[in-house]
Write a protein that binds this ligand. Structure first.
Ligand SMILES: [Fe+2]
Length: 287
């Protein structure tokens, strides 16, 4: 029998976890054990600090539910989410870059027609976002579904609003045969990540800016292409260079140009001034 010492405990734990029946599980778990032990040794982790970390993880789980994803937020602010995105989406330079999903996506958004208004009475400046979805060679991708979601001008997502029973500032738009799409909505504002939970508590002990620049989220999943999860950011918005979840990429920053009352991109007319954003999404073929 081999007795445990501070020197051999890592090897013993690695040996046990290496027995995982699935090779990838064995690889993941043995590496996790090695890195966790190295971390504890490097910082000379105290029992009080270990307990504080356990309680923090417990609170992170307890505050999470089907609408609040505090662990995703933890991963986002640590830069882990964006690292995983970068490693898994090494796309062609012409393809639209991917960013984090974030904690606020809700499945099953209503399907809206070209240029239908997904803001549905939520106050804000009218914004038309339009352009095309194509492949790397510029061939239009018709029938592509754009799942779109965003915060309101107070920075609130639907999942943060209590007692709401219909979709708010989220919708699915389908491209026309020529690959064109048109989203009508309101211009979002930058927002703070939720600061009333364990993540906020930790961020509050640092000088980290807890804001995200104004953006709209897109998820485009078309058979035959790499699923694209990304955002479009408003040029000139605050916090572009300090995004708390590391999600901002230069290629995804577009102007929201002010337009006078008159013709809108869908062929209609607006009696009010409106904003226009143009972006052409380029999908990477699968494989
Ligand atoms: Fe967001």
């Amino acid at each position: 029998m081999q007795l445990v010492t501070e020197d051999n405990i890592t090897d013993l734990a690695v040996e046990r976890w290496a027995t995982a029946r699935e090779p990838r599980t064995a690889e993941l778990m043995t590496a996790l054990v090695r890195h966790l032990h190295d971390f504890a040794r490097e910082v000379r982790l105290t029992e009080a600090e270990w307990m504080a970390a356990i309680q923090w993880l417990t609170r992170t789980g307890q505050i999470s539910d089907e609408k609040r994803e505090e662990f995703i937020l933890a991963s986002d602010v640590l830069g882990l989410s964006m690292l995983v995105v970068q490693m898994n989406h090494q796309l062609d330079a012409k393809a639209t870059p991917a960013t984090v999903l974030g904690p606020f996506h809700i499945d099953g958004s209503p399907e809206l027609d070209y240029a239908a208004d997904m803001s549905d009475g939520v106050p804000g400046a009218t914004l038309y976002l339009h352009g095309t979805v194509t492949d790397l060679d510029g061939k239009p991708v018709g029938g592509a579904v754009l799942d779109v979601w965003q915060a309101d001008t107070e920075g609130a997502y639907e999942s943060q609003i209590a007692d709401i029973d219909e979709a708010r500032l989220r919708a699915k738009y389908t491209t026309r045969e020529d690959g064109s799409y048109c989203v009508r909505t309101i211009a979002p504002k930058g927002y703070t990540i939720p600061m009333d939970g364990p993540i906020g508590e930790l961020i509050g002990r640092t000088e980290i800016s807890h804001f995200r620049p104004a953006h709209i989220h897109f998820l485009i999943n078309v058979p035959g292409y790499e699923p694209l999860i990304t955002h479009l950011f408003q040029e000139g918005a605050e916090y572009l260079d300090s995004d708390v979840v590391f999600g901002t990429k230069q290629e995804l920053v577009i102007p929201f140009e002010p337009r006078d009352p008159g013709a809108t991109p869908d062929g209609g007319t607006s009696s009010e001034p409106w904003l226009e954003g143009r972006y052409d999404f380029v999908l990477q073929p699968q494989g």
